[in-house]
Design a protein around this ligand. Structure first.
Ligand code: GBH
Length: 482
């Protein structure tokens, strides 16, 4: 599918990604207290298969195994996240720091370096200390949240910053805002829908939370740059999710316009303030004063706060504009996400996730769109991957022969190489999601994203799938040798 001569630059590096709550387990060990995901997943009906992250992949006890597979696969980079409630179990700036939590990550980072693997550290991948949610509503309370989050990241920079060169402030703030405070599918599960949750206001809370996360991101970057960057020499940015949009009716200007609006509501909500210093006009127009304005001080903190653009990308949708006034609970931009266009063409094959259908060309198109809008920033792909329909039900010998996932990576890595070689996109790093099967949030353990099979019934045994080797071969092929 990719143009055969497209290549990635010689300094390109790649690896794998995971997140603390999805893999670590050890939920009550060495001083860790609950996060909002512990509480949410233990609330009846919130996770489809009734599971949680108490054990997950047991990575807290298996750092050596995880490093060994990374090495075996030839990865040079590992993106993982820190669990805030391991480091400051109650979360707040006046609460005690847990040395055991810091020691765990410190040792892990040393071991990665010893294996020749660069740590790429996410500071927040959704596991907010539960106490902060109870105390003041977490990011619903901007001032408290920003003060506690920046205290936490300062503790981390102080103790781990001399050995980490890549930081992500927040993973996918859209998910915390919309899935957590509008749809209610993610922790803390707040929504206007009273059949799902007794409290929440999906018309206002997602926009308040998004604002808090932007200000917390900008403030954390400011602290890093003023107090640590000069000595520690690392870089810092935010990771945004965003899937590509194709018009449902390619002839209808309103569907074409809706595609731009969809990208603005999903991506530019955060990226425009960071690169352009303002919210997108389409959002201001639809949301009015429900979108909390950025003060001039906030704009100066947030604008220019990305050393790189962290891009999580999985799939694409056909977009059809809606007629009439937007619903007050709408967060998408008054449009529908569809899997088929006007003519009945599917955007891509089904997977095990309702939302995910691969469409590799969309990866290239989105990188180009982002590059044009934001002035060709350095892009790091911080997640990309797929589940496979029915994978969980296959016998082991078939499951590990995951040709569908291997093909996904051939197509997506090829599309990225085309974006770099033909469109001039400045993409420099790539981390596949995921190193291993793990706790897939509200889908529990039913959907697998790993290039490594994890046998949850047999002591969390790790077994490489075919795709693990295909990914390594792909980068050998695409990266230009010096
Ligand atoms: C990533 O999010 C996460 O960072 C990672 O932790 C996770 O394991 C991985 O994806 C695989 O899911 O139909 O309204 O529920 C990906 C971005 C955006 C994908 C929201 C799912 C669901 C929208 N996600 N989307 S909805």
């Amino acid at each position: 599918m990719a143009v055969t001569e497209s290549r990635l630059p010689p300094d390109f590096i790649w690896g794998y990604a995971t997140a603390s709550y999805q893999i670590e387990g050890a939920h009550d060990e060495d001083g860790r207290l609950p996060s909002i995901w512990d509480t949410f997943s233990k609330t009846a009906g919130k996770v489809e298969d009734g599971t949680n992250g108490d054990v997950a992949c047991d990575s807290y006890h298996r750092t050596h195994e995880d490093i060994a597979i990374l090495k075996q696969y030839g990865a040079k980079l590992y993106r993982f996240s820190l669990s805030w409630p391991r480091i400051i179990p109650l979360g707040g700036r006046k609460d005690p720091v847990n040395q055991k939590g810091l020691e765990f990550y410190s040792k892990f980072i040393d071991d990665l370096h010893a294996a020749g693997i660069e740590p790429f550290v996410t500071l927040f991948h959704w596991d907010l200390p539960d106490e902060l949610m109870k105390r003041y509503g977490g990011p619903l309370n901007k001032d408290e949240f920003v003060a506690d989050y920046t205290n936490y990241v300062r503790v981390v920079f102080q103790s781990l910053g001399h050995k980490v060169k890549h930081w992500v402030t927040f993973n996918e703030p859209w998910c915390s805002s919309v899935l957590g405070h509008n749809i209610g599918k993610h922790a803390p599960g707040r929504t206007s829908d009273r059949t799902k949750n007794p409290v929440g206001d999906g018309t206002r809370e997602p926009w308040i939370v998004g604002h808090s996360l932007l200000v917390a991101h900008g403030t954390a970057v400011d602290i890093y740059r003023k107090e640590f960057k000069q000595i520690q020499g690392g870089e810092i940015g935010i990771t945004l999710n965003g899937d590509w949009a194709e018009p449902w009716d390619p002839e209808d200007p309103e569907d074409i316009e809706a595609c731009t609006r969809k990208l603005e509501f999903a991506i530019s909500w955060f990226a425009d303030p960071i690169y352009l210093g303002k919210y997108p006009d389409s959002m201001v127009k639809q949301l009015g004063d429900r979108l909390p304005p950025l003060t001039p001080d906030e704009v100066s903190l947030i604008k220019g706060s990305n050393d790189f653009y962290g891009m999580n990308h999985y799939c694409a949708n056909y977009i059809r504009h809606r007629e009439g006034e937007p619903d007050p609970d709408d967060t998408a931009g008054n449009l529908d996400h569809l899997f088929e266009d006007k003519f009945g063409n599917s955007i891509g094959p089904e997977t095990n996730c309702e939302w995910l259908r691969p469409h590799p060309l969309g990866f290239r198109k989105l990188m180009k769109w982002l590059s044009e809008r934001y002035g060709y920033p350095k892009i790091y792909v911080t997640e990309n991957g797929t589940s496979i329909k029915g994978e969980n039900d296959l016998p082991l010998e078939e499951l590990v022969n995951d040709e569908f996932r291997a093909q996904y990576y051939r197509d997506y890595v090829g599309a990225m190489a085309d974006a770099a070689a033909i469109d001039g996109v400045n993409v420099k790093k790539y981390m596949a999601w995921s190193l291993m099967d793990n706790f897939e949030w509200s889908e529990g353990y039913q959907s697998r994203f790993g290039v490594t099979y994890v046998d949850y019934k047999n002591n969390q045994k790790r077994i490489p799938k075919k795709s693990a080797f295909v990914v390594g071969e792909l980068f050998d092929k695409y990266i230009t040798k010096d």
